[in-house]
Design a protein around this ligand. Sequence first.
Ligand SMILES: C[S@@+](CC[C@H](N)C(=O)[O-])C[C@H]1O[C@@H](n2cnc3c(N)ncnc32)[C@H](O)[C@@H]1O
Length: 455
Amino acid sequence: MSSMISWDEDYQNRMNPKLMTTLLREAVPVLGYVNWQVIDVDEGYAKTVLPLNYESTNQHGTHQAALIALAADYTGGLALASLIRGIPITGVHPNSTDNPIALWLVSIDMNYKVPSAGDLTVTAQIPASRVDLIRRRYEEGKIVVERVEIQLEGDDGQIAVGTMTYFLRQSKKLRPQSSESKLNAIFSHSIKASARLIAALRGMEIARKNPLYHDPYSSVAASVHGKLLAERFTKNLPQLQPMIAARTKDIDDLIEQWKTLSQVVFVGVGFDFRPFRLFKNRNIRVFEIDLPHMLVEREKIIASFDNLPLVDRIPVELNLELDDLSVQLLESEFKVNQETLFILEGASMYFDEASNCKILRSIQNLMGNLHSKLWVDIVDNIIVERRTKQNDIIKFLEGMDKLGEPFIFGLDNPHDFFQDLGYRVCKSTPSNTYLSDSSDQTYKFYNFFQLQKQE
Ligand SMILES: C[S@@+](CC[C@H](N)C(=O)[O-])C[C@H]1O[C@@H](n2cnc3c(N)ncnc32)[C@H](O)[C@@H]1O
């Protein structure tokens, strides 16, 4: 993979100083604020400058110590990432692949020798003796934990020397490989972040002029983190909030109009507060499926609210990619013969085809009542495979790429796909149905489906 392209090509497209300065300043705004810049990058090598300026200094007119560490952090990270040819860094490069580099700093050891009273040059060089090992471990999908020495020099010589330790791995390998495997902290963080982001976007609707629904909980559940992510995402992707609002409304309406509904299964419940909004005086049992750490977090958030309505909720811990949801639901008092709504919301696009088929088959097995339904949102394959020349959509995809949340699953022909899995489509709704300004073409490629088991 990474060895397929030349360093020259990689330098031009991925690692050149101008590009890396721009991308890192976009990803980490404080780097732009202090005017930090990348001067030179080679394989296993990076040189950057932290200028002496008002923004980067303290009350003595010398560089503030943590900003020196900041410059060292991104210099070492660049030197290390330069070794993995052709692969984008998560959260930094626009990314349309499903396996970018996950790169995190795990520790800093900084030895400050003298105050820094001039422009600071920061260099990192990975020793040649380490390069093959780092590349081999990375390509084999193993964890790379690497200590990188950083030299920090001013006009009069050495200012500091640091040792930064980084964690580097293929991002795909962060996902749990078996039900027993210990959860990676970065994976756990990114899953939580994405559920908080959705809660924040859903919660934003209440402040709009004619909100599609009334949700006083989601923006609180999203926390500061979710709201910050929503601010970043909506800058690049103005369509995202209306899409979330539309799907929320579509499901809310289905639940409100369905008077004989007796069970609802949230498949990947995240921080969805719909049970508290819609099931107040209804005799409905709710099953909330998610990864164990997400359910723990969910309960923490729920406990922080006063006076939430009492709802009959049963948490069901499982990994949808590895476990069979029908087995766990049946062990959790799920009744196959009752009228049930299964909600697979904001999830299908992040699972591969095999996982989606597995989930849909398991759900189909649980539809013992012919009125039971599955609600699922699907993006068009044109979006996933980037087969478009339409400007609206190209801009949307560029926004997605920048934010590192690429869709990996979409459908060209949803009706056939669902039919092969034993479903019939009873309703399909394009996401622009509820939007007053729906001229943007992107909305047409995101649709909501209501499915029933074929008789
Ligand atoms: C983007 S969030 C959407 C949450 C919720 N459906 C909503 O619309 O607010 C996706 C959810 O799927 C869950 N999820 C992702 N991978 C999973 C897996 N392998 N097993 C179980 N849940 C998973 C995440 O933890 C997260 O809560």
